[in-house]
Write a protein that binds this ligand. Structure first.
Ligand code: 13P
Length: 249
């Protein structure tokens, strides 16, 4: 059976390390059972969050990672710098694609850097509203899988090292979640494209992300092929995040 994974992407929240520690302590108390639980706090909070989690079975992800290991890249954080602080990194998030101009090639380079330094990867992809309305969802997914994942060095991409998050841009932070059916259909397409790359598509964990809440999570947990959730806003409340984890148990 595929691994189930629920990760809270805290984005640029909370605005203090103190707030991050409080939230981390709340997450540490969650019993995920067979569901793997993760959080992606802001970089600044990583060292103390790691300590605050103690022995809790919560994986820590960086929200992004640079493609170079070191050098003249003001404001950036590299994979070697995350050693001992994070278990993995998110790459390809639409907000990073938007804010930093990441294209598929750069996302692939970031994923390669993370995987080469023994960080797990959560690879985000998804279409815009305009693309969905234009009937281009499958084409966008295909392009993002092939140009983003398909170019990563053979052997680095395995079900143990890389999970995928289908995050349609129109559903992120809008309160307009996709339906379980829409998420399931897109995820079926993602697996079809992974198989086309020669990968063991059915073994890869694929999550849904975009306005997941405790109120709508069951629609995703019950949908075919949806193995978990990448949660933004609702992950800032440990109680609600706990309910989302429980839905996938
Ligand atoms: P929201 O849950 O706030 O819509 O964010 C989803 C997301 O972008 C997770 O990475």
């Amino acid at each position: 059976m595929r691994g189930r994974l629920v990760v809270g992407n805290w984005k640029m929240n909370p605005t203090s390390v103190h707030g991050a520690l409080e939230l981390a302590r709340g997450v540490a108390a969650i019993d995920g059972g067979d569901v793997e639980v993760g959080i992606a706090p802001p970089y600044l909070a990583l060292p103390q969050v790691r300590i605050a989690l103690g022995g809790a079975a919560v994986r820590i992800y960086a929200q992004d990672v640079h493609w170079e290991p070191k050098g003249a890249h003001t404001g950036q954080i590299s994979a070697p710098m995350l050693a001992g602080l994070a278990d993995g990194a998110i790459v390809g998030h639409s907000e990073v694609r938007r804010d930093q101009g990441d294209d598929d090639a750069r996302v692939a380079a970031k994923a390669t850097a993370a995987l080469s330094h023994e960080l797990r990867v959560i690879f985000c992809l998804g279409e815009s509203l305009e693309e969905r309305r234009g009937g281009k969802t499958d084409a966008v997914i295909s392009r993002q899988v092939h140009r983003g994942i398909g170019v990563i060095r053979t052997g680095l991409v395995t079900p143990a090292t890389l999970a995928i998050a289908y995050e349609p841009i129109w559903a992120i932070g809008t309160g307009e979640a996709a339906t379980g059916r829409q998420a399931g259909d897109a995820i079926t397409r993602i697996r079809y494209e992974l198989a086309a790359l020669g990968l063991d598509a059915d073994a890869f964990t694929v999550m849904y992300g975009g306005s997941v809440t405790a109120a709508n999570v069951l629609d995703f947990a019950r949908a075919d092929g949806v193995d978990g959730a990448l949660v933004g806003g609702a992950s800032l409340d440990a109680g609600q995040f706990s309910a989302i984890v429980a839905a996938f148990r």
